[in-house]
Ligand binder design. Structure first.
Ligand code: GLC
Ligand code: CA
Length: 515
């Protein structure tokens, strides 16, 4: 059976501001990414996803798009993009770009026109509403980034909706012209040869047409997220309206109209599996909704197993899973999971579960969450809601040779570095490289079925296909596992190449056993 490329691919996410600067402004750019592609080849990944590089006032660092079919001068030019795409394709790397359909920048010409008058032909391209009888916002919807989701426009006497910053007005996807125009922006990049889209907050684009209030929610704060007004609502009306599926069915037709190889993954923060799986449609919507369930999992074998099993159970046989352990919105994985000694076990988890993994830049060297002093903080979310800032996971890539020859846009850490790890066989980078090589040499790791197995308390054990068993000890004690086979890979090199009958796994240790 021939499989689409994205089934066996490992995706590598690049935050373009932080990968490599080439013109001395302290901000990474597209030529910088091109100059570092060999790192991706050396690592052994198959595709890169680049966060937005469109013209933007940078209120949300590029997730506020002022032109969907160009490159911000800060990042380079369209020619630079074409060079990057060609250089990636020369190296057999696929390129996925970030498409931001839910909202544009308030500086986008469409919004400027929409805002100019109630009678402007583009008025209905955004979500405008009259005030409530008391003059306040039309309903109780909140912005993800804090405060009401409605901004009053004095000149035209209506509110506009912004699910994120007030500088990010929501487009009105119920207007067919919006869909047509936004689909044209997809064609623009597909025609240039882009391999796929990562769709920003994909489930947000359709809201309740009656714009009813959200009911209150029953929630508890977690270690990493305090609760704001936003979290206290049950978001049944301000996003995820079932009409969203029709839009994605039409988008799929557009993508399939190319060569059958163009791919779309949606950023979908939906944690009800039955609702989440609907974004695959009948194999006629998104190729995958991102699966974020492990991002927020405690370091606990039973908990992680139950999340993976639940996801696997809900997938139709043809649907392909995926796993995410980090991205530009979350605390760096080793800090979230409890320390650098867990980085190797986390890598085994990410790269041996069934499905497409996404690595966030720097994970391969164990980049830590940075503590950014208040006066250097940049993320508007953190500036609006203290504690929510995402700068700490967005610091410049630590190459060991200069990221920039001026002041980097965010402070950067000295250690660890790519240069310091490249030739060290015991480094995390070498560990990732070997693990990715093994993934390519053992077909069961790429495409074998998944089945979890009961094991000792605190050990997550699962089988991939007929030949591979993975065991990870999530406890801080030794655990013994009995298996027939040979340890082909381990967090502990001493265990490799021994027969696995009676292997003792130390704390946070993992093994890949070939039976
Ligand atoms: C997504 C992005 C995030 C951005 C938000 C608004 O969640 O990942 O970085 O701030 O959408 O576009
Ligand atoms: Ca630059």
């Amino acid at each position: 059976m021939s499989r689409p490329w994205w089934h066996t691919a490992v995706i590598y996410q690049i935050y373009p501001r932080s990968f490599q600067d080439t013109n001395g402004d302290g901000i990474g750019d597209l030529p910088g990414i091109t100059s570092r592609l060999d790192h991706l080849v050396d690592l052994g990944v198959d595709a890169l996803w680049i966060s937005p590089f469109y013209p933007s006032p940078m209120a949300d660092f590029g997730y506020d798009v002022a032109d969907y079919t160009d490159v911000d001068p800060m990042f380079g030019t369209l020619d630079d993009f074409d060079d990057l795409l060609a250089a990636a394709h020369d190296r057999s790397l696929r390129v996925i770009i970030d498409w931001v359909p839910n909202h544009s920048s308030d500086q986008h010409p469409w919004f400027r026109e929409s805002r100019s008058s109630r009678h402007d032909p583009k008025r209905d391209w955004y979500v405008w509403a009259d005030p409530a009888p008391d003059g306040g916002p039309p309903n109780n919807w909140q912005s993800v980034f804090g405060g009401p989701a409605w901004e009053w426009d004095e000149a035209t006497g209506q509110y506009y909706l912004h699910s994120f910053l007030r500088e990010q007005p929501d487009l009105n996807w119920r207007n067919p012209e919006v869909e047509q125009t936004m689909f044209d922006t997809v064609r623009f990049w597909m025609d240039r040869g882009v391999d796929g889209l990562r769709i920003d907050v994909a489930h947000f684009i359709m809201k309740d047409p009656a714009m009813r209030d959200n009911p209150p929610a029953d929630v508890e704060p977690t270690e990493f997220k305090s609760l704001g007004e936003y979290d206290r609502q049950d978001h049944i009306h301000d996003k995820g309206h079932p009409d969203v599926h029709e839009v994605f069915r039409r988008l799929r037709v557009l993508l399939d109209g190319y060569d059958g190889e163009r791919f779309a993954v949606g950023e979908i923060h939906v944690f009800d599996w039955a609702e989440w799986v609907r974004y695959y449609g009948e194999a006629d919507e998104l190729h995958m909704p991102f699966n974020f369930s492990l991002l927020f999992a405690p370091w606990d074998a039973a908990e992680i197993r139950s999340r993976v099993d639940a996801m696997e159970a809900v997938l139709p046989s043809w649907a392909w899973p995926n796993h995410v352990l980090g991205n530009h919105d979350e605390v760096r994985l080793i800090d979230r999971y409890g320390g650098p000694e867990r980085a190797r076990a986390a890598a085994i988890l990410l790269l041996t579960l069934r499905g497409t993994p996404t690595i966030y830049y720097g994970e391969e060297i164990g980049m830590r969450q940075a503590d950014i002093p208040l006066d250097r903080q940049q993320d508007p979310w953190g500036l609006q809601v203290p504690g929510q800032g995402r700068d700490g996971c967005r610091t410049p890539m630590q190459w060991g040779d200069p990221f920039t020859d001026s002041e980097p846009w965010l402070p950067m850490m000295d250690e660890p570095t790519v240069a310091g790890q490249r030739t060290d066989p015991d480094s995390l980078l070498s560990f990732y490289r070997r693990l990715l090589t093994l993934r390519r040499t053992l077909p069961d790791l790429q495409t074998g079925d998944y089945r979890s197995i009961d094991g000792p308390d605190g050990v997550y054990l699962f089988r991939r296909g007929e030949s591979v068993v993975v065991a990870i000890n999530f406890t801080d004690e030794d655990r013994r596992i009995d298996l027939d086979g040979e340890v082909r890979f381990s967090t502990d090199p001493e265990l490799e190449a021994v027969s696995a009958e009676g292997v003792v796994l130390g704390p946070d240790a993992g093994v890949i056993v070939v039976t």
